[in-house]
Design a protein around this ligand. Structure first.
Ligand code: PAF
Length: 286
């Protein structure tokens, strides 16, 4: 695996790969890699000839009250995991490389970032979209793989690629879960076994909502109540939001009539977790 730190060297390496006729698959990350990231790399591998992973803890997507300094940084272990997955290139630019002096160009959205996560994390998606666009320009991938766990992120990246005619295909990989159903996330490392066990209430809630939709329930209020129940019965939880939205446009819905996304953010003992599940009336498969 070759580690590259500058945009210029990355662009040069990718030009060489392209000349060889290689299809470039890309997985952007902020490091602290886990099985969820491995599944993204495996998907990129299936869809391309060489795989590039980036690790960059992007300051622009952290709010003033979010702890950028304490975000887990585990580069040595990350490199080991990526080598075991036979990743060809690792891109690890520094802050000065990505946001040099004088930087002032940002990607903004109109509607799509004002809801769900965007409401609780103002400026977050502006930071995400801008860094992803910059990474795309450095790596020039044919395919980029994102996780369904960050459902709104996946929707805004697809929107950006379409709106700005970016020549990259966005592929979304399913959420990887613990046996308990808890979505695997870098934040799970803050929990002990007992807390991990309690955190499984989140997926139980999502499943109850999905099952109600499958059985024909159309009343969004009733479904949200069913999602919240196991979560709110669990010690140490604060539900920030539970929302049911159109799976493609993220438009908020009053009644169910088609494929929807149930998404939520819950704090467990102060640690913020997000998760989501897709559901459609009568459908018994995800
Ligand atoms: O999902 C993430 O880890 C980040 O939001 C991303 C896409 C790497 C951009 O910093």
């Amino acid at each position: 695996m070759k580690t590259i730190k500058t945009v210029k060297s990355m662009q040069k390496a990718m030009q060489t790969e392209r000349r060889k006729g290689h299809r470039i698959g890309f997985v952007p990350t902020m490091g602290a890699l886990h099985e969820g990231h491995s599944s993204l790399v495996r998907k990129a591998r299936k869809l391309s000839d060489i795989v590039v992973v980036s690790i960059f803890v992007n300051p622009a997507q952290f709010g003033p009250s979010e702890d950028l300094a304490n975000y887990p940084r585990t580069l040595r272990a990350d490199k080991k995991l990526l080598r075991n997955l036979d990743v060809e290139y690792l891109f690890t630019p520094g802050n000065d490389e990505m946001y040099p002096d004088g930087f002032q160009t940002w990607i903004e959205f109109e509607e799509i970032t004002r809801k769900l996560e965007g409401k609780f994390r103002p400026g977050h998606f502006r930071g995400v979209a801008t860094i992803v666009a910059k990474l795309f320009n450095a790596i020039t991938p044919d395919i980029a793989v994102f996780g369904q766990k960050d459902a709104q992120q996946a929707v805004i990246i697809k929107r950006m690629v379409q709106d700005l005619n970016m020549p990259v295909k966005i592929s979304i990989a399913p959420t990887v879960r613990e046996k308990s159903g808890l979505a695997i996330s870098s934040r799970n490392r803050y929990f002990n076994a007992e807390q991990l066990d309690r955190a499984s209430c989140i997926y139980r809630g999502l499943r109850s909502g999905r099952d109600l939709i499958r059985s024909g329930e159309t009343d969004v209020g009733k479904i949200i109540k069913a999602v919240r129940k196991p979560i709110e019965e669990t010690k140490g939880t604060i539900t920030e939001y539970v929302s049911i939205n159109d799976a493609l446009t993220l438009e908020k819905l009053d009644r169910i009539d088609g494929k929807v996304l149930i998404s939520l953010a819950v704090r467990l003992d102060g640690v913020r977790l997000i998760d989501n599940i897709a559901a459609a009336p009568g459908k018994s498969k995800d």
